[in-house]
Design a protein around this ligand. Structure first.
Ligand code: SME
Length: 147
């Protein structure tokens, strides 16, 4: 795994925070990565995703129904999503006109979806399976200290 990814996971492991503060620390750490232009956590309550900790501009979509957009469809399809170019995605909710690519990684505990990490990038194809592997490790840490 890339050294900067390892450093971020180490920073999380060294922190004593939990819950929202821990999730905010994680999103703030992601802002140091060049391609990560907006980073946020959405928490799943019933059939709705609610915006939780984030780093970047306040987004328009603070509540997203399951099935809507990239975020909502990740939940309804129970899988992570990597969108190379959001302009080709029909089920997409725009938060910034600058966004070109997006990755959503589910946060799960014992097969239950707690929420998700959502990242926007400004370049086409900014995120790969390497980002997914890194964010999956972050998601497990967030789940372990969910509160
Ligand atoms: N693009 C997402 C909405 C969330 S914003 O990117 C922060 C979607 O299509 O669900």
């Amino acid at each position: 795994m890339r050294e900067e990814f390892v450093s971020i996971l180490e920073a999380l492991d060294e922190s004593a925070l939990s819950g929202y503060d821990f999730r905010q620390l994680a999103m703030d750490q992601l802002s140091f990565l060049d391609e990560y232009k907006w980073s946020g956590v959405y928490v799943l309550v019933g059939e709705t995703l609610f915006l939780d900790a984030y780093n970047g501009d306040a987004p328009e979509h603070k509540e997203i129904p399951v099935g809507r957009g990239v975020c909502g469809s990740a939940v309804s399809e129970n899988r992570n999503k990597i969108i190379e170019d959001v302009r080709t995605e029909s089920n997409y909710l725009a938060c910034s006109v600058l966004t070109r690519s997006e990755i959503v990684v589910l946060i799960k505990q014992n097969d239950e979806i707690l929420g998700q990490i959502d990242i926007d990038g400004h370049k086409v194809g900014a995120f790969t399976s390497e980002d997914e592997a890194f964010l999956s490790q972050m998601a497990q840490r967030l789940a372990d200290r969910w509160d």
